[in-house]
Design a protein around this ligand. Structure first.
Ligand SMILES: C[S@@+](CC[C@H](N)C(=O)[O-])C[C@H]1O[C@@H](n2cnc3c(N)ncnc32)[C@H](O)[C@@H]1O
Length: 362
């Protein structure tokens, strides 16, 4: 099958659990929010009734169009329709195609975005967009390998409803040797480059080996909370989200209602986030930078936090997810307040990131 129409989409569900940011915005009620857009699933749920503006920044036009579509589904559908459109539990990505088509035709988005997604939907026969991104398709490969290597009972770790039993199983019966083989084969730079990043993979500065980095992150997911609650683990084991417990925060009833009811002005910005914030056109009080800084090196890595200061209101909160590479940057004027939020970080459902929370105190 040709992937011509959706090949520009890197993330359609996303690989971040922004419940950390969501808990913070519920407490702090920021009025001006800036977020790396991604699939929109990481960023739109930061909206709330008291937020005046949210800027979604991304270098990728396709990601911004996807977020425009997602926003329209939050605004014009009810929760059931939203779940059906995206194929979230109790619906599935490959069912309800005529209803999905009907919903899509009703939606009001810019003509360019409508044409873009009409072409994609025609190509995929109105199955859901949720698992179509490059990243999501990569994890379908991971899931296949998982099934082959771990065997018949491959998903037992995702079937517990008691954490103590799950930990006991992980420590005593989990097929650890085969799991380690899987991480060795898939959790390395060459594999990620081949499958996903086409040579632009992050230059790691974490002291951990790739194997230890991934192994320890999965171990946290297996021992800190019920594994089945992690949409990321569902993707790793099934290639899809198969249960209500595994539905990510963007689709919860609470998030849906919050975004649905917010009258926040949404600005889509196709621009480098550092360059934009450095211009200082708007002073933001809450920023979610995804793991973009982990891709920085050299002067930009050292200076980006200083450069973005022009776009920050005093007291602004900045959430960054370092992935394999933690920026060695000049943090003058910022206070690291991560430790006061360790509980929400511990329960975050991906665990592949070193989440850091800073406050701007000029
Ligand atoms: C690093 S990726 C991670 C995706 C994200 N984890 C998700 O769940 O959707 C985030 C997004 O940042 C965008 N991006 C990369 N560098 C950027 C930059 N300098 N400014 C703005 N966006 C950028 C990419 O196009 C991508 O869509």
């Amino acid at each position: 099958m040709s992937h011509s129409y959706f090949s520009g989409l890197n993330y359609t569900l996303g690989n971040e659990d922004t419940s950390v940011e969501i808990e913070l915005i519920k407490r702090l009620k920021p009025k001006k929010i800036f977020s790396i857009c991604g699939s929109g699933g990481r960023s739109l749920p930061l909206m709330h009734v008291e937020a005046e503006d949210i800027t979604l920044a991304d270098l990728s036009k396709e990601q911004l169009m996807l977020a425009e579509l997602r926003l329209a589904t939050y605004r014009s559908f009810n929760h059931e329709e939203f779940l059906l459109f995206w194929g979230y539990y109790p619906y599935a990505d490959d069912n309800d195609t005529s209803k999905r088509k009907e919903l899509f035709q009703k939606i009001k988005i810019t003509p360019e975005t409508k044409t873009f997604f009409t072409n994609i939907f025609n190509e995929i026969n109105y199955t859901s967009l949720l698992y179509l991104g490059k990243w999501e398709r990569t994890f379908a490969v991971f899931a296949k390998a998982c099934r082959v290597l771990l065997g018949l009972d491959f998903d037992r770790i995702l079937r517990f409803d008691n954490l103590e039993d799950q930990i006991k199983y992980y420590k005593t019966e989990f097929p650890m040797k085969r799991w380690k083989v899987l991480i060795h084969i898939l959790g390395n730079k060459t594999m990620f480059n081949a499958l996903l990043y086409k040579g632009d993979f992050i230059t790691k500065n974490s002291p951990l080996s790739h194997f230890d980095y991934y192994f320890q992150a999965f171990e946290r997911l297996f021992t800190k909370d019920l594994a089945r609650k992690s949409f990321f683990l569902q993707l790793c084991f099934y290639g899809k989200i198969k249960s209500l417990a595994g539905v990510p925060v963007e689709a919860s009833n609470e998030s849906f209602e919050r975004v649905h009811n917010a009258k926040t002005n949404v600005h889509f910005l196709q621009e480098d986030f550092v360059g934009n914030l450095a211009k200082g056109d708007t002073l933001y009080d809450f920023l979610s930078l995804s793991d973009v800084p982990s891709y920085f090196q050299g002067d930009l890595e050292r200076d980006f936090m200083q450069k973005i200061k022009s776009g920050l209101a005093p007291g602004a909160i900045i959430v960054t997810r370092y992935y394999l590479r933690k920026s060695k940057c000049d943090l003058q004027g910022f206070v690291d307040i991560t430790d006061s939020h360790h509980k929400i970080i511990e329960l975050e459902k991906v665990q592949m990131y070193d989440i850091r929370i800073y406050q701007y105190q000029p």
